[in-house]
Design a protein around this ligand. Structure first.
Ligand SMILES: [Zn+2]
Length: 349
C-alpha cells in the first residue's frame, strides 16, 4: 500500500513478512525457470493396505511422537487439540500407555482410544500410485503416492487431478529428496481450526499432505495444497542436504541480510528439539514454497525477489548445483552454499 508524503512522493510502507510481497498467483507449474520432471505413471489407483509405522500412528492420532516414545509415569502428554493427559501406567513391553486427562475431569472422546495410547501395529486401506522419474543424468527414481483419504468415490476425480498436478509441478532437482507422498484427511483441532501445517515431512523420506478430500474438485484449493507440497519439499531438501531440517548458518545469515521473516508462521515456529533453530527451519521451507510457487521469482514476482534477495540467490545456486550434481565433489559444493566446508560429519553447526 502506498501513501503520499508531504512532498508528493510515493512512500511504500515496509512489509513485515516477505510473503506479503507475493501476489498469490502460483506460476510454478507454467514457468520456465525451474525445470519440471513430469514423471511417468507406472501404475495408477491400485487398492492396497498400508502398514503404518509407530510414528505414523502417533502423528495420525495427534500426539507428539517424541514425547510419547520417551514418556515416563507421571509425565504430561499433550494432544494436538491442546488436551493434557498424565501418564498413569506404561506396560512392561511398552505395548500401550494408560493416560488420564488432566483438568475438568470430563472423559474425552478420543475415537475409541480413550484412556490409552496403543502401540499395536495398524493397517489402513489406501490407493497406490507408482510413478517413475528420471534425473538430469537419466538415473531412474520411483515415487509412490498413497491416497489414504476417506472421501470415497465422489472425491476421486479431484484427488486424481491433484496427484497429477503434484507430479507435473515436481522440480527435476528434487526427485531424490523423498520417496513417497501420503495424502490423508486433514485433522481438526478441538476448536475447529486446522492444524498449523497442512503437511508434515517425516524422517523416513515421506511427505505427508493433509487435505479435505471433499474440497479437491476446487482448483483453487488444489493450488493452495500444491503450495503445501512445495513447503514440504523445502523440509525434504534441507534433510537431504544437511541430514537435518535445519538449513545451517549461511541461511541464518541470509535471513539477517534480507532483514525479514518469510511469514508469520516462520517467525513463530521454532523447534526446541533442534538445538540451533531460531526460526530457520520453517523460514527455509516457507522460502522454498514461495520460490517454487513463483518459478524462482525471476520473470514475475520481482517484488518478492527483492524481499528475499539473499535467500533466493542461495536457492538459485542450490538449484543450479543440484542440476549439475554428478559427483561427490558437486555435492560438497552444494553443502558449501549452506556454509559447511567439511562434508556430512560437520552438518550441524
Ligand atoms: Zn514446515
Amino acid at each position: 500500500m502506498g501513501v503520499d508524503d508531504p512532498y508528493g512522493r510515493e512512500v511504500v510502507s515496509p512489509k513485515k513478512y516477505a510473503e506479503d510481497s507475493f501476489s498469490g498467483r502460483i506460476v510454478g507449474e507454467e514457468g520456465t525457470n525451474i525445470r519440471h520432471v513430469c514423471p511417468a505413471l507406472l501404475s495408477g489407483e491400485t487398492p492396497c493396505k498400508l502398514k503404518l509405522t509407530l510414528v505414523d500412528i502417533l502423528v495420525r492420532d495427534g500426539w507428539n511422537e517424541k514425547d510419547v516414545l520417551s514418556a515416563r509415569v507421571g509425565d504430561t502428554l499433550k494432544l494436538i487439540t491442546g488436551q493434557k493427559f498424565q501418564v498413569v501406567v506404561i506396560d512392561g513391553h511398552r505395548k500401550e500407555i494408560h493416560i488420564e486427562e488432566i483438568g475438568e475431569g470430563t472423559r474425552t472422546d478420543m475415537d475409541g482410544q480413550e484412556g490409552r495410547i496403543s502401540f499395536a501395529p495398524r493397517t489402513v486401506k489406501a490407493k497406490r500410485y507408482v510413478y517413475q522419474a528420471r534425473d538430469i543424468n537419466e538415473k531412474k527414481k520411483s515415487i509412490t503416492i498413497y491416497d489414504l483419504t476417506l472421501g470415497g468415490e465422489e472425491s476421486r476425480a479431484g484427488i486424481n487431478a491433484f496427484i497429477n498436478e503434484l507430479m507435473k509441478a515436481l522440480p527435476i532437482q528434487l526427485i531424490h529428496c523423498f520417496d513417497e507422498i501420503r495424502i490423508s484427511n486433514e485433522s481438526l483441532t478441538q476448536d475447529g481450526s486446522f492444524k498449523p501445517e497442512e503437511g508434515v515431512f517425516i524422517d523416513n523420506n515421506v511427505i505427508n499432505l493433509h487435505v479435505d478430500p471433499w474440497n479437491m474438485e476446487d482448483p483453487y484449493y488444489r493450488k493452495l495444497m500444491l503450495r503445501t507440497f512445495y513447503h514440504e519439499l523445502g523440509h525434504a531438501l534441507a534433510k537431504h542436504l544437511m541430514g537435518s531440517p535445519h538449513p545451517g548458518r549461511k541461511w541464518k545469515n541470509a535471513m539477517t541480510s534480507d532483514g525479514n521473516f518469510i511469514s508469520k508462521y516462520s517467525e513463530l515456529m521454532k523447534y526446541a528439539k533442534i538445538p540451533q533453530d531460531s526460526g530457520e527451519v520453517e523460514d527455509f521451507a516457507c522460502a522454498m514454497e514461495l520460490y517454487l510457487a513463483s518459478d524462482g521469482a525471476v520473470h514475475r514476482e520481482t517484488e518478492l525477489r527483492t524481499a528475499c534477495r539473499t535467500r533466493f540467490e542461495l536457492l538459485d545456486q542450490i538449484f543450479q548445483d543440484l542440476i549439475s550434481e554428478r559427483s561427490q565433489g558437486s555435492r560438497l559444493k552444494i553443502l558449501r552454499v549452506f556454509g559447511i566446508g567439511n562434508g556430512p560429519n560437520s552438518l550441524l553447526n
